[in-house]
Write a protein that binds this ligand. Structure first.
Ligand code: 13P
Ligand code: SF4
Length: 335
């Protein structure tokens, strides 16, 4: 557990300087530094770990024990040892996944409004109805759910996947016909990578879906040698312009290992902040898109979650067991 990394306001201000964000004033950095100290203390008292998604605010990274993409966070939650409480800094479906793997631990989400437009686009009832309909046409049909969905949708799926392993999971399933929920853009991308029949749901991530080819074109025209890295939740016409299509953590690795030094990061802006802080010698240009749900998690929210042990994630046992089966299948097929 990260309990010793207490930082003072001046150090924090220097660290955040690479973001060129005037919002991080010396006064705010002093307040955050004090709060970071308080949170590290509370974590020790509560035997708590903080898991954070790559899109979180930079100040949240200072209190995180582990930062990663959805797949890494799911695996981390599954293999966690020695903690009583998990504070999840991400969105609701991610905290649910942590709870699925940790029924005996308390899993807290600092703000219950931290949802996801993809997760909202499919319900268990609609999925049950559609898969029954399709099974009459394709008796071998398997349902693969992108982890950006609720636990009761996962419980109705044969396997889950994330952006890091969607093609692998689908290729390894013993069926030629796949109903893929809920992201139409990821479904299109996977269809371009597999010979199987991928039947798509019609959901999308409002953050990625708003990014247009014209925006990418403008950036490329202004910056010679720019390498474009896109998330597979982007539209097909945006993906067609990318040099690489990757999950958020794979983007980090690609940028680190590439010989190029200028990248357009076509995903939520939190990832660009992490890249700027961790690879300051390279240049990152961002799409300037924020996920309002991810940004609902704040440092005061994390502190209050630990003080009041709120807001706790719960679910019925049968939902948890069904979701766990589909998530374990993902880890087995997609690792
Ligand atoms: P990753 O699994 O690539 O981190 O993506 C999660 C997400 O919500 C993207 O919008
Ligand atoms: Fe959901 Fe999109 Fe936000 Fe990711 S970025 S949590 S997919 S709304």
């Amino acid at each position: 557990m990260n309990t010793e990394a207490v930082i003072n306001g001046t150090e924090l201000h220097r660290k955040l300087d690479v973001l060129h964000n005037p919002g991080y004033s010396p006064e705010l950095c002093d307040q955050y530094a004090a709060m970071i100290g308080e949170i590290l203390q509370l974590k020790a008292e509560r035997a708590a770990v903080v898991l954070a998604h790559n899109y979180q605010r930079p100040e949240i990274f200072e209190v995180a024990d582990f930062i990663g993409d959805s797949f890494e966070l799911a695996r981390k939650a599954r293999d966690l040892q020695g903690a009583d409480v998990i504070v999840f800094c991400g969105v609701h479906f991610m905290a649910e996944t942590a709870k699925v793997f940790n029924p005996e631990r308390m899993v807290l989400l600092p703000d219950m409004r931290a949802g996801c437009s993809l997760a909202d686009s499919v319900t268990a009832e609609a999925l049950a109805e559609r898969s029954e309909e399709l099974r009459r046409l394709y008796p071998d049909l398997k349902v693969v759910s992108y982890v950006n969905c609720t636990a009761d949708v996962k419980a109705l799926s044969d396997a889950c996947c994330t952006s890091a392993n969607a093609t692998k999971v689908i290729n390894r399933l013993d069926s030629d016909n796949i109903l893929f929920v809920p992201d139409q853009n990821l479904a299109n991308y996977v269809q371009s990578q597999t010979s199987k029949n991928v039947i798509s749901w019609d959901g999308n991530c409002y953050v990625h879906h708003q990014i247009t080819p014209a925006e990418v074109e403008r950036a490329k025209a202004g910056i010679p040698g720019l390498v474009v890295i896109a998330h597979p939740e982007c539209r097909k016409d945006v993906i067609a312009m990318a040099d690489a299509v990757l999950s958020t953590s794979a983007m980090m690795q690609y940028a680190r290992e590439s010989s190029a030094d200028k990248f357009l990061i076509v995903t939520e802006c939190g990832l660009s902040d992490r890249l700027l802080m961790e690879i300051p010698q390279k240049h990152f240009y961002k799409a300037c898109k924020l996920c309002r749900y991810m940004k609902m998690i704040t440092l005061p929210g994390v502190r209050d979650a630990l003080v009041n042990l709120r807001y706790e994630i719960t679910m019925p046992d049968e939902v948890r067991d069904g979701a766990r089966r589909a998530l374990e299948r993902m880890i087995q097929l997609g690792s």
